[in-house]
Write a protein that binds this ligand. Sequence first.
Ligand code: 5AD
Ligand code: FES
Length: 343
Amino acid sequence: MEQWIEQLRKERDLPDEILIRLIARQGTDDVLFQAADAVRREHYGTDVFLRGLIEFTNICRNDCYYCGIRKSNRNTERYRLTEDEILACCDNGYAMGFRTFVLQGGEDPHNTDAVLCSIVDRIKTRFPDCAVTLSVGERSRSSYQALFDAGTDRYLLRHETATDAHYRKLHPTELHLENRKRCLYDLKEIGFQVGAGFMVGSPGQTERELVADLRFLQQLQPDMIGIGPFIPHHETPFAAERPGTLELTLRMLAILRLMFPYVLLPATTALGTISPIGRELGLKAGANVMMPNLTPNHARKQYDLYDNKICMDEEAGKCKLCQENRVRAVGYCVVCDRGDVRR
Ligand code: 5AD
Ligand code: FES
């Protein structure tokens, strides 16, 4: 396998059948992780960027089969932070050194363009040296344009899986992969720094789907790629499904780093949830972003996308310190910076 890893590093690509073998390989992955870490160091040194995550609404009109805040889950208390509460999170985050704020939420019908533009405008006016990232799902092109014009720098929208057949297994009939891809291309054309991504080990996923994810990302050429293991949530149709594994997620992170050397690649909360050292191992396999949670504690508990999510009781300052320590412990360095992509 070593020569294939070397080829992947040099050419940023491999034939489908070889990728499938690399993805499926069990056992030690040290060569793969070391190659990914070397590439990450060429582009980003030991820098790790922090994003302050604000989960500002768990109200969602969608009903994705995997997601704990799907609208059919009647056993979760719904919340929506006010504009002032969001600004207070940013004040707190700015004082702690964050220079990117990620506003993530369900597809809450309350979030009209006017509502979101007002929030973004207030954050950008108060913190002109910060980047604002939105992650609020599928919208029209004109809506994305309005959000961009209001000053939004980046947009995260995971494609979740890149094949139609598999997309159908994860989503109700109202949702379409085609529309999701349309959104991502619109966002890129408008000028956002764009993030796509997928869950690892979601029900029905095989190595073929993962290769399709890589091929889609090659076409899109996003600035950010968010991946994490699928983790079942007890109030969803996937309650009894098996979670994605640590090993496969790490392998996918490393392959992504080799195929997209410049990309911003987070070691996600889901990765930290399936293993106590998941995020540290993620950093060593090529990840270069961490996202401490700035959401107020009362709301945080209700943003339960999957079971046993970590950091539910830690307040923001503690979560940041904890993550900084974890980054340092594996030999990297947190930088206080917007952390834009280095293409
Ligand atoms: N397990 C892991 N990740 C999940 N997400 C949603 N539900 C789950 C789950 N059960 C991820 C999706 C979404 C992101 C915000 O969280 O990929 O895009
Ligand atoms: Fe949130 Fe450790 S990262 S408490």
